[in-house]
Design a protein around this ligand. Sequence first.
Ligand code: TRP
Length: 382
Amino acid sequence: MPDPDTFVVTPYEVRGKIDYARLREQFGTQELTRELLARLHQAAGGELHPLLSRGIYYSHRDLGPLLDGYLAGHPFFLYSGRGPSGPLHTSHLAQFDLCRWFQRRFGVPMYIQITDDEKFWARSGLTREETAHWGLENLYDILALGFDPKRTHVFFDSRSIAALYPLAIRIARKIPYSTVKAVFGFEPSTNIGLVFYTALQSVPCFWPSWAEGHSVPCLIPCGIDQDPHFRVTRDIAEGLGYPKPALLHSQMVPGLLGDAAMSTTGNVADNALFLNDPPATVDRKIRNAFTGGRATVEEQRRLGATPEICSVWALWRTRFAESDAKFAEVTAGCRSGALLCGECKGQLLERVHRFYDEHAQAREKAKGWAESTIVTEAPKPI
Ligand code: TRP
């Protein structure tokens, strides 16, 4: 039997019950404190995004200096990405929801990397046609969240390689094989695509500095599972004459079946809400989702339920409780036993369906301008 306290978090594997405080210590990242959030609040000139105020983003690297720079007149840019392996699910939106908030509040450019090479190298069951297909489909969903077409740029790895490669050449020379082997746990059988890949994921961190010919700081909102890549990037940044990227790390959104992450790598489709699930499937998945409820109505009325372990509460928390008041109401009702799971799921479903309807419309519009965001040329010859 594996030790229940054992958990694994790497860019290629998330497993076990994650102790997030311990993970932050293992990774050596900084805590996202109330003081820092208050500074961010002030710099943003308005309410914090719920993903920040509700503690889903909980860790960072160098957010303080990035804010100092911004307040002193040095704007930053945002960078995040997606390794396409299938349709997006709602938990993938956390990083892009936060980016969109930053783009609106700070008026900064956004760079999105779609790594249609990465998952082809990392997962044996996927064809190139599939990763390229899902790359484009995922991009429509991401852009539909409300990114500014004029300030949003996409590196679609297989199509943007001419734009990425001149920097990738320089980056790759700085990364010894022993580093990637230790950081990612590569085996002798790991294909060499994956060994090189981390160089490509680093490129966007430096690309605007390269293009503009002066230092442009980078902020990466991402799941904490991606931190190992950027540890490597940060280690080599100064040697290349570029600023180290700053990071904001989120916890993983739990799966509907009670797993640590909303992942379907194990082919358990009911663990996640896919953005292309038809309404009846969304209904079924949420109705069957793991909750923190009691065995009987009587017990729940008497003792209350446990939001912290509930996958439905996690959906409210990470996306679907639009106001803090609604979130507080659901949480208190759950804990006291006033709100039963069936009623809670019904209320959530109403909001999820509304989001799916609005998203479908925004997605059709985004399809019209998605191609124009894809960067295909290097800014300089060498
Ligand atoms: N490796 C990420 C994934 O598997 C994709 C990615 C590329 C990414 N660049 C990124 C994620 C920057 C976060 C930030 O989905």
